[in-house]
Design a protein around this ligand. Structure first.
Ligand SMILES: [Zn+2]
Length: 211
């Protein structure tokens, strides 16, 4: 279970979905995400929220997205619009009980890639992990690139050149980064998306701070 789901979001601000979305850019062939994102969601829903919740969510999906959600192939590429449709269904189904459900989805993805939990802050390992995210970005999304800016007691992650975007997807990215800090032993983990493609900024920038 992710630390974020286990410990809850505490006093964090309510999740806000602000801005507009573009589901397929001028070149739809690059607006694709890796199937492992779908497998992670399936596992999270089944394991943490129960089989009934999973089936209730997927019953809301179009037939093509339902097929992917039922039997995701981890190494396959799927349309960005499919993951957004899936996450909207999860949000509509679960946000009353779990207002930060989109953060938990992202946190579950981070958990998959980070089995080890650090008891004390290991900032060196955390920066190394964030750096690896920039190198492996293209293995998870066929579009955009990621840049890490190192700060004192923090970092900025800049996601550039997104032809497709949605506040729903950005919210799960927020949860992913929170979990990454927490698993590396960072206390008072905080993430703020200060710039966003959905708000017309031409970049999604997340400010990460920890102690
Ligand atoms: Zn964004």
């Amino acid at each position: 279970m992710s630390l974020l789901f286990q410990l809850g979001v505490g006093k964090r601000e309510p999740l806000k979905l602000i801005g507009c979305e573009v589901l397929a850019g001028p070149d739809p062939s690059i607006c694709k995400v890796k199937g492992v994102m779908f497998s992670g969601r399936r596992e999270f829903l089944m394991k943490e929220l129960g089989e009934r919740t999973f089936y209730s969510v997927i019953s809301k999906l179009s037939s093509s997205v339902m097929r992917i959600a039922m039997h995701p192939l981890a190494a396959e590429w799927y349309d960005f619009s499919a993951i957004v449709e899936y996450d909207k269904a999860i949000y509509e189904n679960c946000s009353e009980q779990h207002p930060h459900i989109l953060y938990y989805i992202g946190a579950a993805s981070a958990e998959l890639g980070l089995s080890r939990v650090f008891q004390k802050l290991d900032a060196g390992e955390l920066y190394a992990f964030l750096q690896r995210l920039t190198q492996f970005h293209e293995q998870y999304q066929r579009y955009g690139y990621l840049e890490l800016e190192r700060l004192e007691n923090g970092a900025r992650m800049h996601y550039h050149d997104y032809p497709c975007y949605s506040p729903i997807f950005c919210a799960s990215g927020h949860g992913f980064l929170l979990e990454a800090i927490m698993r590396h032993g960072g206390r008072d983990a905080s993430v703020a998306e200060t710039k966003c493609h959905c708000r017309g900024d031409g970049v999604c920038t997340y400010e990460l701070t920890w102690r």
